[in-house]
Design a protein. Structure first.
Length: 494
């Protein structure tokens, strides 16, 4: 049975200090397909050392050279993205077309990073005082660690490492041990693109690896995506050791539907956003807030569409694939049990499925959900959609803003005034107007509010550039001119 090892300093590394192994499974069959080495403290420290040693030379590499490597990476990824998507499906379970979409959204950040020279331009003031000039610049931090979740094994790391690398940092990526193969594939692609050894490293592992990263004095920054309790843990322990930390946590994303909305559009959106990737998205819609007057009709339309969904092996292009592990499937099924016990109306029961193998759970729809039920309060991370009924817009806003999470939310309406008021009044980081999953494009920034984000900086875009760099202001005075001599050649980008 194959064992996935680490990628350190430009090559695969099998460490004798890693006695622990984790199983890799195909969620569609439930069968073990391989194992992954769980990095010890010694192994993780070796990856950090490799990144630290590579940093000075990479920091001093010209912007022209850095961006040429990024362009190479982009072209290679475009040519081979189908291969990466199939790797993701085999370990995560999502439908191949969905995995391709994940790669494309990550590629947006690569393309943003290809234009990093514009983002790194400083300012200059001539003669701020007599014969004194002032200018500003942004410089990289050093070793940047990325701790990414299982649900987007390619896209989430690509939220961070293109910008980190483009701005002159070196990277240590610790992917989820549930579906880690995509990380190694990306590392090999970076080497093929011409990235110097040690600039991009991958270590596999669990809490021991995370704690080693958080404690290391050589790690300058940590980017994390995962559950809120772990995000808080990473933020508190990372900042305690002087690191810059952006820790993106959990979510409970609401979609409010007003009486004037196009209910067919709203129902389509609820199904797409609630059950896509089996609900294993941090931006999935898990709560539909329906105004009472249209709630019955909306629930009926959602149920009608949900019954048509085909569930199966993601490699065969159904509508929805399995959940990532048996344990996670059983946990989500436990929430369905709890919803029934708490008195919610079970419109569609996902526990009723005909799959003999694999980690499958069919789409589940609850109506008449109240805010004290666990299916409302907890981030389930599965294909469970809850409908909460409210008397009016005002009660809906109050309910959404009272939730401890503030990642993404959406409103469906044809009333421009209501939409504009929603944008202003809602307490969340990403808002959709007739758009159910408002993940920003690569040149904006991704991140929530409240318990959905620990730290002050969102991912990618301009905020990402600021996270991976720090500012410096130089005040200078030159009394004597200097000459560079004669050179009649055309300037080159060296």
């Amino acid at each position: 049975m194959p064992t996935l090892s680490h990628w350190i300093n430009g090559q695969t590394v099998t460490a004798s200090t890693d006695p622990r192994l984790g199983d890799l499974t195909n969620p569609a069959t439930g069968k073990t397909t391989g194992q992954v080495a769980l990095g010890s403290r010694t192994t993780v420290e070796s990856a950090i050392s490799a990144a630290a040693e590579a940093f000075p030379a990479w920091r001093d590499t010209s912007l022209a050279k850095r961006t040429s490597i990024l362009f190479n990476f982009r072209e290679l990824l475009n040519a081979r993205k189908q291969e990466l998507a199939e790797i993701i499906t085999a370990e995560h379970g999502k439908v191949v077309s969905d995995a391709l979409g994940e790669v494309s959204r990550g590629q947006e950040v690569v393309e943003f990073a290809c234009g990093i020279a514009h983002q790194l331009k400083g300012s200059h003031t001539e003669n701020a005082s007599t014969n004194i000039d002032v200018h500003s610049l942004r410089q990289p931090l050093g070793v940047s660690a990325i701790i990414s979740p299982f649900n987007f094994p390619a896209m989430v790391p690509m939220w961070f490492f293109p910008v980190a690398i483009a701005t002159g940092n070196t990277v240590v990526l610790k992917p989820s041990e549930k579906d880690p193969s995509a990380a190694n594939w990306l590392a090999e692609l970076w080497t093929e693109a011409g990235l110097p050894d040690g600039v991009f490293n991958v270590v596999h592992g669990d809490k021991e690896a995370v704690d080693t990263i958080l404690a290391s004095p050589d790690v300058a920054s940590v980017s994390f995506v995962g559950s809120t309790p772990i995000a808080k843990y990473v933020y508190e322990n990372g900042t305690a050791t002087g690191k810059r930390v952006q820790a993106l946590g959990g979510a409970k994303n609401h979609m409010m539907v007003l009486p004037d909305a196009d209910l067919d559009l709203a129902a389509d959106a609820a199904v797409n956003a609630g059950y896509g990737a089996a609900g294993e998205r941090c931006m999935a819609i898990s709560v539909v807030v329906a105004v009472d007057t249209i709630a019955d009709e909306l629930v009926a339309k959602i149920a009608e569409r949900t019954r048509t969904l085909r569930v199966g092996d993601g490699a065969e292009e159904p509508d929805m694939g399995p959940l990532v592990t048996a344990a996670h499937r059983d946990k989500v099924a436990g929430y369905i049990d709890a919803g029934v016990e708490s008195g919610a109306t079970l419109v569609l029961d996902g526990r009723e499925n005909s799959q003999a193998e694999g980690f499958f759970l069919n789409p589940t729809l609850f109506d008449d959900v109240t805010t004290d039920m666990s299916i409302y309060t907890d981030e389930i991370f599965g294909p469970v959609l809850a409908v909460v009924r409210v008397p009016s817009y005002d009660e809906g806003i109050e309910l959404i803003n009272a939730n401890p999470y503030g990642n993404g939310t959406a409103i469906f309406t044809n009333d421009g005034g209501a939409a504009r008021r929603y944008e202003n009044e809602i307490e969340g980081g990403m808002i959709g107007v007739n758009v159910p999953i408002p993940v920003p494009v690569g040149y904006y920034s991704f991140g929530g509010w409240k318990n959905s984000l620990f730290g002050d900086t969102h991912a990618y875009g301009a905020e990402g550039v600021h996270f991976f760099t720090r500012g410096k202001v130089v005040t200078s005075r030159w009394l004597d001119p200097s000459h560079g001599g004669l050179n009649l050649g055309f300037p080159t980008n060296d």
